[in-house]
Design a protein around this ligand. Structure first.
Ligand code: LLP
Length: 393
């Protein structure tokens, strides 16, 4: 929410920048903790969604673990101070170097995505005289009903091991004396808003855990991944995701045994709403059919619209204040294509966006940019480094 005082504090700051509302982040973390603690669920934050130092520090302080998908993320988590015993390392293509780094740091668990990877981890652990804990990522063939680029749990996706390979997995695990089988791991996709998807996931998790247990292989960890979606259309009304309903589904539908831990890897739902990309209007062009508001941020700072046609709410936060009662001021409402300065036609944040009449110098907020925002930035067109502004109260 951008009140007059906040927008005033942005004056004179060089744009574009990522604005972080750290109070909202703390409130979100608290809501997540409160909703999960009574169920004894363990939450790992998916660093891939955001690895801003201030953000990670707060997440670590809140007691969450870290879900990493590269050696770089494992290193970042350890350097931030996450307890190595709360660090998991997932990813379909872990290099020997990355595996060795994680072994040296005695992380909690590798989420393993192929039989060959099991053999490699076993070999590398043997060389160090260590035992690596592993969870098997199973591809559950559950449709996440989300954007096809961020669906991960279908047979056609590259992630995880297919159910029909489980016998080979069990045999490999028995042969590999430097591996300890800890549990099973799933992740069906991201930005999931249909809670039935998670119910279907629970059914699969139950099937797979029974499969292992029937073969005398106790499953100590059920890792159900992340994926809880957020409301990109109403960032103020739904600033904090409905963690209670989400966790309740797993409580109701998972068959959880007394010796089992349930782990989650949430990214987006924890960080998306606490940040907006703030950009200035450089130029306004009025065409015959279209009006363009050309802003100083581009797909280099926020790639999601260009890459996935993702929606981010766009607000003119300068005008919204002057015209808190727009009607009285008879301010014009105009539709703009809000576009960036990058030399690509896909460098567009929104088409036909309804805004109060917009002028050079106005500040525009691209909302819900805290997840997969600055982490996906690039230096294409030799763009400057990302800048930040934070508020804590
Ligand atoms: N666990 C695994 C194995 C994952 O692959 C992911 C996300 C997560 C957890 C966290 O999912 P979340 O709770 O954030 O939905 N760049 C895309 C999203 C890619 C998601 C990749 N995996 C976007 O901007 O929408």
């Amino acid at each position: 929410m951008f009140n007059a005082q906040l927008v005033d504090s942005f004056k004179g700051k060089e744009t574009p920048f990522y604005y972080y509302d750290l109070k909202l982040l703390k409130d979100t973390l608290m809501a997540c903790k409160e909703a999960s603690v009574s169920h004894h669920f363990h939450i790992h934050f998916a660093l891939k969604a955001n690895f801003n130092d201030r953000v990670l520090q707060l997440i670590k302080d809140a007691g969450l673990g870290a879900d990493c998908v590269s050696g770089g993320e494992v290193k970042k988590a350890i350097e931030t101070g996450f307890d190595a015993k709360k660090v998991v390392f997932a990813g379909v293509g872990k290099s020997d170097r990355e595996i060795n780094y994680a072994l040296d740091n005695d992380i909690f668990c590798f989420n393993v995505e192929s039989i060959q990877e099991l053999e490699v981890i076993n070999e590398l652990a043997a060389k160090k005289g260590k035992k690596a804990s592993v969870a098997i990522r199973v591809n559950p063939n559950v449709d996440a009903h989300t954007h096809h680029y961020i669906t991960t749990g279908l047979d056609e996706n590259k992630f995880g091991i297919n159910a029909w390979e489980l016998s080979d997995v069990a045999e490999t695990l028995k042969k590999c004396s430097h591996l300890e089988f800890l549990g099973i791991h799933f992740h069906v996709g991201s930005q999931i808003t249909d809670m039935n998807v998670f119910k279907s996931l629970c059914v699969k998790v139950n099937e797979v855990q029974s499969w292992f247990e029937e073969r005398g292989m106790p499953v100590k960890v059920l890792n159900v991944g992340g994926g809880l979606g957020v409301d990109y259309h109403h960032p103020d009304e739904n600033a904090i995701a409905d963690f209670n309903s989400y966790f309740q589904i797993f409580k109701d539908f998972l068959e959880i045994k007394s010796y089992q831990e349930v782990h989650f890897e949430l990214g987006r739902a924890l960080v998306a709403q606490c940040s907006s990309l703030i950009t200035s209007v450089l130029y306004v062009k009025h065409g015959i059919k279209k009006n363009f508001a050309i802003v100083d941020a581009g797909m280099t700072e926020l790639m999601r619209p260009a890459l996935y046609q993702a929606y981010h709410k766009i607000e003119n936060i300068s005008r919204q204040l002057d015209n808190s009662d727009i009607k009285n001021q008879e301010s014009k409402i105009i539709n703009y294509d809000v576009v960036g300065p990058i030399c690509e036609s896909s460098d567009c944040f929104g088409k036909e966006v309804t805004l109060p009449e917009t002028k050079r110098g106005d500040l525009i907020a691209l909302r819900t940019a805290g997840a997969y925002g600055e982490v996906m930035a690039s230096a294409y067109n030799l763009r400057p480094d990302i800048r930040h502004v934070y508020t804590e109260a």
